[in-house]
Design a protein around this ligand. Sequence first.
Ligand SMILES: [Zn+2]
Ligand SMILES: [Zn+2]
Length: 373
Amino acid sequence: MLKEQKIKFGEGIISGIIALVLSAMSLLGALAFYFPDYLTTPDLRKTYSVEFIRQLMFYALIIAGGLATFNIARGLHYHGIKSRKYLGILSWILISSTLLLGANTIEVGSLEGGKPYIGLDWFILDLLGSSLIFITIEKIWPFRDQPVFRFGWQTDFNHFLLNHLLIGLMLLVTTQFIHHAFGWVSTIGIAPLLQSMPFLLQLFFIILFADLVQYWAHRGYHEVPFLWRFHAVHHSAKRMDWMAGSRQHILEIIATRCLVLVPVMMLGFSKSVVDAYIIIVGLQAVFNHANVQFKFGWLQYIIVTPQFHHWHHSSDKAAIDKNYAAHFSFLDYLFGSAVKGQKEWPKEYGVVGDYIPEGLWKQQLFPFKKAKK
Ligand SMILES: [Zn+2]
Ligand SMILES: [Zn+2]
């Protein structure tokens, strides 16, 4: 059995982490105010008001300040555990920097548009939004009684941050090159036919196409030993929840995204369809790992559900190298790779033999280390 960290609110760890995350977000937000052209996402900018972000930053700073102060006071009291106090001190350094920059009263910098950007606004809203939504869902309809800060959460949280930073950088590359490189395809091949279709039909085809590519890539990761060393990182999660899906090797993310997105762009789907697909991919990937007890009846034979993907992560013999699909579970029934008789939920998760180390950087290095055999 894994030793679960029983951390309770009020002991200083949770408050320290919340204070640190909120103060870091506030500092990033302040930077985004100064350099909106380079740090915010043009399309996303239209959907929120500057006033809303100012309010958000105001409350984030108050909560972070309060928690950090509490943390330092408790940290000083409990001399034995220093990290609690340092979380508070680090938070206050970030809060002070934000305040020095002007915090929520900063004038928005000049906007010219058309510049390459890293979507810090997207990163902040996504982090706050997805943690709020998924932690709430998991608390209301949990499948397993499991603390938010369960075994391995630090590793997953670090993966989560790195992945989002990486996606920000990839968007930067995309806006710079892909639209120029693939601008011409919208007029040739099946592009005109696709674009004449209604939105939902296009959406169905883009997801089907992406999942077919993704299915075989995923199967490759399982069946080619060299590739498995990268993908094993994703399977090293012993606890499943919304954050566990973030646990992936960085090269796997880049390779799979390119493998799916480049042909999707080449086929010439409408931009709104590609955007919708990117949102669905992100949400479904998180949801499929979530610790929720939803039952989908016959629908689970058509779409991938948390139960279906939890089986993919099971260390149970009957489930090894099964349930590869990410969106449409019927692909696994079609290609004969679905777990049979998966009425219940898996009991244990993880890699058989448990040879993957915990920790973000150890996992990034793992595939390049000599296999111990
Ligand atoms: Zn897998
Ligand atoms: Zn997974």
